[in-house]
Structure formats: structure tokens, C-alpha cells
Design a protein around this ligand. Sequence first.
Ligand SMILES: [Fe+2]
Length: 137
Amino acid sequence: MAARNIKNRLEQLTERNREERLSRLREEVQAFWDSELEGHFWAEEKILEMFASHVGPQDEGIGRILQEHRQMEGWIRDGGEKELGQLSELLVSHIRFEEDSLFGRIEGVFDQEEFDKTIQILAEATPKVIHIPGPAL
Ligand SMILES: [Fe+2]
């Protein structure tokens, strides 16, 4: 998974290679955003809009996801070594929260029409396949 890869790559930085490797890692994280994460966040937020019509826009779970998405976007856009480390940690806990709590709540309230719409949204967000030179993320 990308998050673990970011963490491993940060752990391999040394005084001698830091500048070059960090800048390469930042480029790859940006490419990961462009090819995958941006569409993924977009799709989730469209789905959360439908969920909000059931539970209200003030729902704590919805608020948490939106806040964490904005936080991660900011770190990807202009984060340094520290922020990329934070990104790798938040990505893991974020996905865990979605899978363990939020998605089950959504499944519990969506009707057939909303499930169909969800499938449509996810299909639209299918990541672009791009070639990233260098070590895979
Ligand atoms: Fe998310």
C-alpha cells in the first residue's frame, strides 16, 4: 500500500541522499495524488453527500472524512519530510475508519438507487493509469 511505501522511503533517507530522494518521493506522491487519490477523494465525497441526506451534514463521521481529506491534500501539495510522514500515518487510520465504521453505516441506510449511483460514481473515478519511473509507490 502507498502509505507504507512512503514510510519506508522516509526511513531510508540519510544525510547524503536526503535532498535528492525526498524530492523524488514528493514527485511520486504528487503523481499518486494525480492518478489515484484525487479521484478517490472526489468519489467518496460525492457518496458522502448522499449519505448526508440520511444522517445530516453535521454527522461526525462525515466531518472527520472531509477534514482529513483537506489535511492530506495540503500535505501532498506542500509538505516536507515531516508532513509526508504524517500523511502516511493519517492515510492508514483514515482508511481503517472508513472501512471499519463509515462504510457499514452507509450500507445500512442506502437504497437501491443510491447503491446504483455509488457504482456509477466509483466507475467515473477509476484511476488513470500512468507510468511513474523509478521505484513504485
Ligand atoms: Fe477517504
